[in-house]
Design a protein around this ligand. Structure first.
Ligand code: C2E
Ligand code: MG
Ligand code: MG
Ligand code: MG
Length: 285
């Protein structure tokens, strides 16, 4: 920096400032995430999951949000990648797990047997304290392990190291359910499904969204549902936005649906209200 020529110095300064702005933004989010955890700025929105046979709400997916003091509600897509880079996803993920188990246990205490699905990050799956974290969340809340579901993505199973396989085996042995999120968008090697004794396939929103207008999406969705059933797995459709799509999925014998049409992610109370009704979304009626 000290002996740079004028032009070079300007160029250098330009890049230095640009990099600095980016680094500062990144750092402020990272330290912001740390602070957010300490100050309790995270919260969970729950999205209902609905049986396509009975129309009843059977559970909910826990989706984390950051209620930032200045920026307001920050969606996970804006901070999960930074949390993953910095490793903070580990304590944030543990908080989500603990809080989601506490909520599902509270529903159970109020007479509602609803499952709760929690998204895991690759980093969590690769740690040797994952089983202890899950065990603690279940013990602290008193939740029946059968009511907890962990969502993984196909890409997380590419690193099928002994540690990852062992974590999944031990989690399954506890009775916790395992589902594959965004199914159909990742890894095409399906051998892990049998090997890992997965319980559910969540058909990615990209196939479900245009199910009623795109022949390929309809064929893929039908094939995934058939495959799930022949392996004794539950088929879940994500991203159901209208009644027509819901009806098409029911005709395809899909088991469970989730999407804006059935309820946007929101406070736990909204799930509870829907769960107390017989067929709140008039499925098949
Ligand atoms: P995901 O697990 O696939 O969750 C579904 C996302 O689709 C959610 O976005 C949900 O709000 C949205 N969605 C649900 N129904 C519809 C619909 O009908 N139409 C459309 N257009 N979108 C719908 P959200 O809450 O922004 O979460 C995005 C992603 O962030 C999640 O995708 C998940 O991968 C990740 N995420 C959320 N919470 C956590 C968490 O606690 N831990 C980790 N590791 N990741 C999380
Ligand atoms: Mg998910
Ligand atoms: Mg998904
Ligand atoms: Mg998704």
């Amino acid at each position: 920096l000290h002996h740079a020529k004028a032009a070079g110095r300007d160029t250098h300064r330009f890049y230095a400032e640009a990099m600095n702005a980016e680094a500062v933004a990144h750092l402020s989010t990272r330290s912001g995430l740390r602070r957010a955890l300490d100050r309790g700025e995270f919260l969970i929105h729950y999205q209902p999951q609905v049986s396509l046979e009975s129309g009843a709400v059977t559970g909910a997916e826990a989706l984390v949000r950051w209620n930032h003091p200045e920026k307001g509600m920050v969606p996970p897509g804006d901070f999960i990648p930074i949390a993953e880079d910095s490793g903070l996803i580990v304590p944030i993920g543990a908080w989500v797990l603990t809080e989601a188990c506490r909520q599902a246990a509270a529903w159970h205490a109020r007479g509602l047997s609803l499952s709760v699905a929690v998204n895991l990050s690759a980093l969590q799956l690769q740690r040797n304290d994952l089983v202890a974290t899950v065990t603690r969340a279940l013990a602290d809340s008193g939740l029946d392990p059968l009511l907890l579901e962990l969502e993984l993505t196909e890409s997380m199973l590419i690193q099928n190291t002994d540690l990852v396989m062992d974590n999944l085996r031990r989690i399954k042995a506890m009775g916790v359910q395992v589902s594959i999120d965004d199914f159909g968008t990742g890894y095409s090697n399906l051998s892990y499904i049998g090997r890992l004794a997965v319980d559910k396939l969540k058909i990615d929103r990209s196939f479900v969204a245009d199910l009623t207008s795109n022949h390929d999406s309809a064929k893929i969705t039908a094939a995934v549902i058939q495959m799930a059933h022949s392996l004794n797995l539950t088929a879940v459709a994500e991203g159901v936005e209208d009644a027509e799509t819901l009806e098409a999925l029911r005709a395809l014998r899909c088991d469970v649906a989730q999407g804006y049409y059935l309820g946007r992610p929101g406070p736990a109370e909204a799930v509870e209200r829907a769960a107390r009704q017989v067929n709140p979304f008039k499925v098949g009626a």
